[in-house]
Write a protein that binds this ligand. Structure first.
Ligand code: FAD
Length: 352
């Protein structure tokens, strides 16, 4: 599409039970049409992997964008992946949740590396400073897109709380051979990185009184740290269980943050380190994977809110267990799925 040209609008999509309706261009996904119209549906990877955007079709018919599959194993029989389907007729959709957002709120910054610390054998904590006088607006739990020289982008969750708005803290796992993460250990103070934020819809519903369970795998701890520090700052007090999984004890790389929350919320904050390979010597350790720790420590999740952040396999195992066996309601499951590889840029999403 040439600049200034508008996509051909094809079908109308309405959200069941609301006044909201928007147009969808030919071959545009339902998710991208919604985002373009300023309606945020749950999503994470936009590649048909994570299952976050699974939702219902109340009326009408869809087909896969470019012949893609419209369902995966995270969908119930009534659901499709909004990121993978496009309307064949006008539609009425029934998303798990939705909210209005301001598409103009997203900004680009050239940020400077301020500190680069090795937190675990394969994890760096990278602190970036924004240009003088500039502030980043985001909600705890959201992520940024970092632009690489080849034009592709990678997603990283902010680990700092939103009130620290002149800086961005990222937890980056070194993926062997990874175009960006493998070169993170050699980033120096003063190096420049182009970032765009905020992205993502996994944020805390602050007005809910429900107990919260956070399940993190590796650097999936990053958005959870942001949410917990934000809760501490806003004096939100709810029963909290944090289950953080790693292979060994050195993968639980920010014990000081955990200790801070334990001091802040004595009696209402519970921590479990799920160590799948070697749990020896650690008092709060559970020997096993995060889903096994969840089953052992939270056998009844009815009336709870659960946030799961980490690899697609981990999040899928937690989702299946929580929804199918532990009584969690689908609307109370929130996930940020760290799908590897280049992300779709906002421009690509709009053009799609
Ligand atoms: C919403 C979100 C939030 C994230 N937050 C974090 C975070 O806070 N911390 C963190 O450590 N990571 C996070 N990630 C993962 C991160 O975005 C990168 O994918 C990861 O760091 C690897 O990037 P890389 O450039 O080092 O590796 P890449 O060069 O992208 O390669 C990584 C792996 O992906 C494979 N791959 C390459 N291209 C493709 C492709 N087109 N399709 C499929 N696979 C491909 C490669 O073979 C390799 O195995 C997040 C991902 C998402 C989607």
């Amino acid at each position: 599409m040439n600049p200034g040209e508008h996509p051909v609008m094809n079908h109308r999509i309405a959200i069941a039970g609301s006044e909201i309706a928007f147009d969808c261009a030919e071959d545009q996904s339902v998710l991208d049409a919604a985002l373009r119209a300023g309606i945020e549906l749950p999503y994470s990877c936009r590649k048909g992997v994570c299952g976050n955007c699974a939702g219902g079709i109340a009326q009408g018919e869809v087909e896969g964008v470019g012949g893609a599959a419209v369902r995966n194993e995270s969908c119930t029989p009534e659901q499709v992946l909004y990121c993978m389907c496009t309307p064949r007729t006008d539609l009425q959709i029934r998303p798990v949740t939705w909210q209005r957002v301001d598409p103009g709120a997203r900004k680009r910054f050239t940020a400077k590396v301020f500190r680069n610390q090795r937190a675990a054998p394969d994890v760096s904590v990278l602190q970036l400073r924004l240009p003088a006088g500039q502030r980043a607006k985001f909600h705890a739990g959201q992520y940024l897109q970092l632009a690489l020289e080849d034009g592709s982008t990678r997603c990283y969750s902010m680990a700092n709380a939103p009130h620290e708005s002149d800086a961005l803290t990222l937890h980056i796992r070194h993926v062997p051979g990874g175009a960006f993460s493998a070169r993170v250990p050699s980033l120096q103070q003063g190096d420049l990185l182009d970032v765009e934020l905020p992205h993502g819809a996994v944020t805390l519903a602050a007005d809910s009184p429900q107990p919260i369970v956070f399940v993190a795998g590796g650097t999936g701890f990053a958005p959870i740290q942001s949410i917990l520090d934000d809760m501490a700052k806003r004096r939100i007090k709810r029963p909290i269980t944090l289950i953080w999984g790693a292979r060994r004890a050195d993968g639980i790389y920010l014990r000081s943050a955990v200790a801070k929350w334990q001091r802040k919320w004595p009696g209402t904050f519970r921590f479990v380190a799920a160590l799948s390979e070697d749990a020896g010597g650690s008092e709060d350790a559970f020997a096993g994977r995060v889903d096994e720790a969840l089953q052992a420590h939270c056998p009844d999740l009815a009336g709870h809110t659960l946030y799961a952040c980490g690899s697609p396999g981990m999040v899928q195992a937690v989702r299946e267990l929580a929804l199918r066996q532990l009584g969690l309601a689908a609307a109370d499951f929130h996930a940020d799925v760290f799908v590897d590889g280049p992300a779709l840029s906002a421009a690509e999403a709009v053009a799609a």
